[in-house]
Design a protein around this ligand. Structure first.
Ligand SMILES: *Cc1c(COP(=O)(O)O)cnc(C)c1O
Length: 237
């Protein structure tokens, strides 16, 4: 686990420096779905603070058992309306908000005593048939809607690429999302987070300006399929 973490940090640092940025301009989010709490604890002891989970049922017992650690929990899965309450109550971040209804529910359900819930809007490029994500126009409307919800704090955009693209195609897609991010910022949205890049494409994402990479396999090794998941789409549902 330590060796994998070192290797990921090294690659992350190299990619950042190659883009003229510092290593600490990119936050490492450890995607821990499919792995036992003990392995998360081991990574936390090595200094990892941010953990991402995709399946609520799997995540909640882990949040409970690691509750004594100062960790920051990110919900990165597809969020159904009937699951928003637990996410609003237990997580610090949600990546992947792609509909107004989900944003409204999260905003209404975020406990008053908790700090505002950090939110990234998920964007899907027209060319890609990936699951989830708003169009550029949809993302623009969502950004405006979220800004009016006081219990949510809009942080930025998130995207997920289809598998099997070469580095140039990855880079082109990440750059398109970066352009939308820059446009929204120029229009006054106070954004500071571009959540893009996974084990297979994080270097291209950093080259295009990612500030947060979501890495599972490269940190933990292969994971078991979640209960009831279609193996062909594991990780995207
Ligand atoms: C599973 C998952 C990841 C991590 O994928 P790896 O390829 O294992 O690094 C990142 N983001 C999201 C949204 C995921 O569902």
């Amino acid at each position: 686990m330590g060796a994998r973490l070192r290797s990921v940090r090294e690659r992350l640092g190299q990619a950042a420096r190659a883009a003229g940025r510092t290593e600490d301009s990119v936050t490492l989010l450890a995607v821990s779905k499919g792995h036992e709490a003990a392995r998360l604890r081991a990574l936390a002891q090595l200094g990892v603070e941010h953990f991402g989970e995709s399946y609520l049922q799997e995540a909640l017992p882990k949040l409970d058992s690691l509750g004594g650690l100062e960790l920051c929990w990110h919900f990165i899965g597809q969020l159904q309306a009937n699951k928003t309450r637990a996410v609003a109550e237990r997580f610090a971040w949600v990546h992947g908000v792609d509909r107004p209804r989900i944003a409204e529910r999260l905003g209404a359900q975020r406990p008053l005593l908790a700090p505002p819930l950090n939110v990234c809007v998920q964007v899907k490029l027209e060319s890609d048939a990936t699951k989830g994500g708003a169009s550029a126009a949809g993302a623009r409307a969502l950004v405006a809607a979220i800004a009016s919800l006081p219990r949510l704090r809009l942080r930025g955009l998130m995207c997920m690429l289809p598998e099997g693209l070469d580095a140039a195609a990855q880079r082109a897609r990440f750059s398109a999302v970066r352009e939308l991010y820059d446009e929204l910022k120029a229009e006054g949205a106070g954004l500071d987070t571009l959540s893009m890049g996974m084990s297979g494409d994080f270097e291209a994402a950093i080259a295009a300006g990612s500030t947060m990479v979501r890495i599972g396999t490269a940190l933990f090794g292969a994971r078991a399929d979640p209960p009831g998941a279609d193996p062909a789409s594991a990780g995207t549902t």
